[in-house]
Structure formats: C-alpha cells, structure tokens
Design a protein around this ligand. Structure first.
Ligand code: BGC
Ligand code: ZN
Length: 355
C-alpha cells in the first residue's frame, strides 16, 4: 500500500510502498482522509526532537484521520462499514494513563501515532485496537477529519470550565454575553477554538500580527468572530468593545504572553496551547500583574477519548450553522507530497483523500 513517510533525523518526505501484517485482535481500517497540521510539517522539516519510529528508521506520518472499518473482530462494537476516527495518543503506565487520561500523562512515557513511537495514518489502511477508535456519524463524514484537532479544543473548554469556577464569572443574566475570549493564532487550531468559544456565547476575537487572506476573513465574518491585527490595530480601542476575559494562545510566541498579561481583565483565564515558545518573558513586572489581577494560567495539550466524542457531537450540532466544511481549503492526492512541505497561502486545513 501507499504510505507517506519521513526518515528519522532527515528533512524531507516520501511516498513508499509498505505492507502491514494482519495483527490478531485488531480491526482493519481503510483510510478515507487525513488532515495536515503544523506538527506534520515540523516533522518533515526535522524540527521536533521527540519524533520516534515504531520500527526501523522511518515513520508513517499522520495523526488526523477518518477511516472506515474494513474487517472487524469478534464481539466488537464496530461493524464493517462504520466510520471511525483513531486516537493519537496511547497510554503509558502511569496512574493517569491507566484511567484513560494519557493527555495528562505523569511521566511522558506515552506514544503518539504519526509522531512518537507509532506509525500514523497517512497510508491506505491500518490495524487498530478498538479501544482507540471513536465511532463517527455518517452525517459528518465530509469534515470528520477535524475531530482530532477539535478534541484539543474540547479539552481547552474543560480547562476553562474548571478555572472559571473559582469565582462567580458569568454575567448578571447567567450567560457569558458580557465576557470576551481572545484567541491568538489564526491556524486551524486557533480558528476552531474561536468557533467553539463563540458557540459558548462569548464575544470572540481572533488575533494575528499579519493581515489575513480574504477567504479566512470572510469565514470569520459570517461566524461573527472579530479579527484583530495586533501590529497595526489600536489595542485600547478594540478592548472597549471586545473585552479580554479569557485568552487562549494557539501561536506560542512569548511576545503574545506579554500582551495577554498586560491587557487581560481581572480574574482572567489564560490557556496556553501553542508550543513554539521562544524568547523570554519579562518576569518581575509580570508576576505582580498576575497576582494583582488574580489571573489563572494553564497549559493544555491533547485530549481524552471523551473529548473526541464531544468533538464529534460538536460537529454534528454546529458544522451546518458555522459552515465548518469551508475550513477544508484543499483536497489532495497521496502523491501530492509537496503539500507536506509547502503551506498554500489561503490554507485553513488541507486534507489528503485516500479512498
Ligand atoms: C495533536 C495532539 C498531540 C500534540 C503533540 C498535536 O498536533 O493534536 O494530540 O498531543 O500534537 O504531539
Ligand atoms: Zn495535530
């Protein structure tokens, strides 16, 4: 079968012919589509130091996938023809991994498909333990490949709900209509976060330090999400109508962290998701602000099986209302491996169609 692979420690990507052995008690899944994300391109450019093969010196890429069950096993809840999304992260041996919360792994001994220690899904078929498959309703087939990146957002909402509960945080009428969410970063993850916070009823603003292509601006506009260009627009003017009570970073630069601490309201919640951090935080002054403003700061990575299910439910409910199919800006063939190296200018989510 065709598989998109990287060689460990080398820049580049290739399409290889690989046959997988049938594995006992595992379900055979035929890949329908796989999504491409920043992590995949970072792996191709050999920029991540935690990438590990499953065996040999290559890794099959891909952690965002939708597949169809081709051969099930006895007594399984899955039947041939069912649509499924495979989970990325698999548990290690710590206490939290044992209760399905490998997203909060204590010792880092988990594995991740297409990233560390396990082949991914950019291939024509794969064998999978049924524990790590999430059933998908046929009605969302067209964009179910977004369940994986969206599960990260569902975990962010869980973190948000937890942090806001330390004090009365809702508006006078019990809603969030007076509260604002600012999302930093306009990649697919940033856009998904802003859609979900908009659906929770917050005034939602998405930020980049560069202008955006018109297809992205139009998409945000029809969803009632405000765009803010942090290098050319006026901060204090914007903050009057678009308050910052929760700030979520999906970009990861320290410059952003500084801007958030400065501009967020008292009792604000900061959730950091972007991992590309570099540069330094101007510590002393910021510690005083974090304390004076009673801020909560949390990091959030990955998500549990429950978050995949919530993501799939979210798509069932909101995809038609929020035009989510327009997030898929390009559909490519497995042979188009250049797409793993180059990001088209108007890309939100590029996907590869396998069958
Ligand atoms: C995936 C997460 C994963 C993270 C780090 C992200 O792209 O969505 O599930 O934990 O990469 O490897
Ligand atoms: Zn990803």
């Amino acid at each position: 079968m065709k598989a998109i692979t990287v060689k460990l420690g080398k820049v580049g990507v290739e399409i290889k012919d690989i046959e997988l052995k049938q594995i006992k008690n595992k379900i055979k899944v035929r890949t329908i589509s796989t999504g491409i994300c920043g992590t995949d391109r970072e792996i191709v450019y050999n920029e991540l130091n935690f990438v590990k093969p499953e065996e040999g010196d290559y890794l099959i890429l891909g952690h965002e996938a939708l597949g169809i069950i081709e051969e099930s096993i006895e007594n399984s809840i899955f039947k041939e023809g069912d649509l499924v999304v495979p989970m990325v992260r698999r548990p290690g041996n710590c206490k939290l991994c044992k209760i399905g919360r490998q997203d909060y792994c204590l010792d880092g001994n988990f594995i991740e498909a297409g990233i560390r220690g396990k082949n991914g899904f950019m291939c024509e078929y794969f064998y999978e333990d049924e524990k790590y498959l999430v059933k998908i309703n046929k009605s969302i087939q067209e964009y179910a490949v977004l369940v994986e990146p969206l599960k990260n957002v569902m975990k962010i909402v869980e973190v948000f709900n937890f942090l806001k509960n330390r004090v009365s945080w809702e508006c006078d009428d019990s809603t969030y209509s007076c509260k604002g969410a600012w999302i930093f970063g306009t990649g697919p993850e940033g856009i998904l976060i802003s859609l979900v916070f908009k659906s929770l009823g917050l005034i939602t603003t998405i930020v980049n330090r560069h202008p955006l292509p018109t297809n992205i601006l139009d998409f945000l506009d029809i969803n009632g999400i405000e765009f803010f260009n942090s290098s050319s627009d006026d901060w204090s003017k914007k903050l009057k109508d678009y308050p910052m009570d929760v700030a979520i970073d999906a970009a990861g630069t320290t410059e952003i962290f500084n801007q958030i601490i400065e501009n967020i309201n008292n009792n604000g919640i900061i959730i950091l998701f972007g991992t590309k951090g570099s540069g330094s935080i101007e510590k002393g002054e910021f510690i005083t602000k974090i304390v004076d403003k009673n801020l909560s700061i949390a990091g959030s990575e990955d998500g549990s099986k429950l978050h995949y299910i919530q993501a799939s439910n979210y798509l069932e409910n909101y995809a038609p209302k929020q035009n989510i199919k327009n997030l898929i800006t390009g559909i490519y063939k497995p042979e188009d491996i250049w797409i793993l190296k180059e990001k088209p200018k108007d890309e939100i989510k590029s996907i590869i169609k396998w069958s």
